[in-house]
Design a protein around this ligand. Sequence first.
Ligand code: BGC
Length: 539
Amino acid sequence: MEVDVNRRNGRNRGRFHLRVGLKGQREAVQMSSGVTNGASDGPAAKRARLEDKESEQATVSPATMTKVEDFLLPFRLSPEKLREVSSKLRKDLIRGLGKHTHRRAPVKMLPTFVRDTPDGTENGDFLALDLGGTNFRVLHVRVEESLQKVLKMDAQVCAIPQEMMEGPGEELFDHIAACLAEFLESLELKDKVLPLGFTFSFPCEQKDIDKSILIRWTKGFACSGVEGHDVVQLLREAIKRRGDYDIGSVAMVNDTVGTMMNCAYQDQSCEIGLIIGTGTNACYMEEMRHVKRVEGDEGRMCINTEWGGFGDDGSLRDVQTEFDVEVDRSSINPGVHTFEKMISGMYLGEVARLVLIEMTKKNLLFGGEMSEALSTPDSFETRFISDIEEESTGLEHALQILTEDLGLPATPEDCELVRLVCNTLSTRSAQLCGAALAAVANRIRNNRGLNHFTTTVGVEGTVYTKHPHYSDRLEETVKALAPKCNINFIVTDDGSGKGAAMVTAVAQRLAIPSTLLEDSDGDNNEDEEEEEEEEEEED
Ligand code: BGC
């Protein structure tokens, strides 16, 4: 099994830099890969090195720093606020699961019909489709029981043009079917009927493993005629229109679920999947007795939380800043996926851009001079944040990005302040995600009546993997808010491809029929209220 266990631990050893603490004070932390020698590494030597470094970097005057810190204050979340966010989500998890409360719940808690993680007996050849970002992928995956490995045999990437992301759904599905045809043709697989895992990373109401109704598009997609329809049927119809090949059984997969299953093939204690990339979301194994919307009480089922929708009922208003409100207002789907818009890669750069514009207007940056590029939406890419926060090269990157990409008259002082903005936004994102993950972990621990709970989270997404400090900040928050949970993070490789094959393989192994029950309209909340009380008592 090719799982990347690059946990980034130990990556930042030795050198000091400055960072901004929760309350906005500058604080010293040991970071990055400078040379250290044992004898000089005591506290006094550390302090001396820190002071050296501080005087090297402290080009920003204290007066300016105070103004900037005041300006950024609304983005700083106190430990109490984070605890509040975590406990609000915890209540929303219960509402999303409830038969009577689901319909109006902002966190949808969607049953996935995945009832187990892999047990090592899975085997065979699969096709996988992966749609969830700007590219679409087709893969041929082999699960080799004898080697205990998932092998990516072949893969092809097909771009999805912007117009297609917002055009008629039929065109999108025809494009998908055409890419698959080309792929099968090139591998001479067109006359084989292989089972297919379809990673479709949008909120879907699954009626069964192969019946999945799109609730709403996210992440910039807005194709007509897909919301409210079964995506498996749309895919099958597009393949039928062509008539030159066929597919076998289909398993619908959210990317979080693929990530969890891919990770669980290597580490059986993995019961949570986490994505922090273009969008954000998590799934976990829930007790069937709490999945009130699906028949049966035995065993567990993986729940796709769709936590990106947290706050859509206004519950995060006190955490949102004016910049978050503006990013939401100018997005393709205002009012939807509030939490995601404060956290994920599709939006983080845009929040930063709006902050930089406002700081420039207030004469805190670039001598008050704007550039055309900075006034252009999405010109400050989320990857710039990771680059600018890199330990040793960050300030150089900042200068290059600000002057060359954005045409701004940036001074070294501006670069430091922009780095502070990036640090503030990425820290908030990591802390919010950490608070959400703590809610999920605490829930599993309570479900199982455990005093201590150890688990593994399979994680993917460039915001998490490419940022130099994101994972540390997230882990720190989870530790503080879920102190009785011991969580191990594994960065997995290609949950949307290999994981989709794994979901398909496990579905074939289990093949238990079950039914999604009708929701009621929310007048009778007794079960959900009972569960909330139970949880509070257990805590
Ligand atoms: C989607 C989720 C997905 C997440 C990460 C969100 O926008 O609603 O289904 O898991 O992005 O890709």
